[in-house]
Design a binder for this molecule. Structure first.
Ligand SMILES: Nc1ncnc2c1ncn2[C@@H]1O[C@H](COP(=O)(O)OP(=O)(O)OP(=O)(O)O)[C@@H](O)[C@H]1O
Ligand SMILES: [Mg+2]
Length: 335
């Protein structure tokens, strides 16, 4: 068994009835309900290789959670297919459950009224994890996530950040090769977020787990993901690296330099425009033609001019994503 994820032409349409306004409308809706189709996920294909961490990105309502629900077997697709560690998740939910761990940041999988440790013990029994292995794994999780300070507390009394850390541990106790994390760091403070990131890095790099993660935190994406899949209105917009997203949606860098004496007539290198000049102080940006990367631009400027000071401003990933989300097009017909 390999921990790969394969998604082919996956689609999910929801049918809902719309309520007409007012009393007469409510009556009409009752007699003659108006059904509308919502294409939450439309013909999405991508792969995640074993041991890879992929970030599934998109604005609110893009279809990320719906995709994860199909991959965890909670929802059945309308069409297309998926395989997770060689299992079709919605056809063999139980077999799939042994191969995956899942955390939904918005709600817990733990027993609300039990102390966390008892939840862990129940999971150990459910998944038949040998005692020694279970304890060793808990120690490993505790080392990074610092759970022992509160794992005797009832789940209902935990803070959000504490609860999600326990959910993470619970999801990995049975050593699954594939992990789905839907907004795992939602509402966490910066210190705990960093703890969780370190934990995930450890799980991918040391334990070889395959991770599919959704988040709205772009710092997280930069720290954790080499590859991203971007969806919007249920459709795949881009499958690539962060660099590719930057290149496609946000080549908005600037190179600010102070030129040494003697540069009066500034002719910038190819692909680079002189945006502003104030005496020896110049600002370069992409000229919109071949758009070199910021690093290529930096090199070209240094090679061409004698500079006494140089700095770069790169559009941060949040700016780039704002452009990417806006560019991703209107909803498909009937969506
Ligand atoms: N059970 C359902 N019935 C009807 N519509 C649904 C259902 N579940 C999801 N949707 C719709 O499908 C679309 C995609 O929802 P989904 O939860 O997958 O988005 P998301 O990308 O996870 O968004 P967010 O970032 O806000 O979590 C939304 O328009 C949502 O309203
Ligand atoms: Mg969601």
């Amino acid at each position: 068994m390999t921990g790969s994820i394969e998604v082919r032409g996956l689609s999910r349409t929801f049918h809902t009835t719309v309520r007409r306004p007012g009393f007469a409308g409510a009556l009409r809706s009752l007699v003659n309900p108006e059904r509308v189709a919502k294409h939450a996920v439309s013909d999405i294909s991508f792969d995640v290789a074993p041991g890879e961490l992929l970030a599934l990105l998109g604005p609110n309502g893009a279809g990320k959670s719906t995709t994860i629900k199909m991959l965890t077997g909670i929802l059945t697709p309308t069409s297309g297919e998926a395989r997770v560690a060689d299992v079709v998740p919605y056809e063999e939910r139980e077999r799939n459950a042994r191969n995956i761990g899942a955390v939904f940041g918005q709600r817990t999988q733990l027993w609300w009224d039990l102390p966390v440790k008892e939840s862990f013990a129940i999971l150990r029994d459910i998944y038949d994890v040998p005692k020694a292995e279970h304890s060793a794994r808990l120690r490993e999780f505790d080392d990074i996530l610092e759970l022992s300070a509160f794992w005797d507390t009832r789940v209902r009394h935990l803070s959000l950040g504490q609860r999600v850390r326990c959910d993470l541990a619970a999801a990995l106790l049975h050593d699954p090769p594939v992990v789905f994390l839907d907004e795992p760091t939602i509402g966490m403070d910066v210190v705990v977020k960093e703890q969780v990131r370190e934990f995930l890095r450890h799980q991918v790099e040391q334990r070889g787990r395959t991770v599919l993660l959704t988040t709205h935190d772009m710092t997280e994406v930069e720290r954790l993901a080499e590859r991203v899949v971007l969806i919007n209105h249920g459709r795949l917009v881009l499958d690539g690296t962060l660099d590719e997203i930057r290149r496609k949606f946000g080549s908005t860098w600037q190179v600010r330099a102070t030129l040494a004496d003697g540069h009066t007539d500034v002719v910038p290198p190819p692909g680079i425009a002189l945006l502003r000049q104030d005496g020896p102080q110049v600002v370069f940006g992409p000229d919109g033609s071949e758009a070199p990367t910021v690093h290529q631009a930096l090199k070209a400027v240094i090679e061409r001019y004698e500079v006494t000071d140089i700095a770069i401003d790169e559009a941060d990933l949040e700016d780039v994503m704002r452009v990417a989300y806006a560019h991703a097009g209107p909803p498909a017909e009937g969506a």
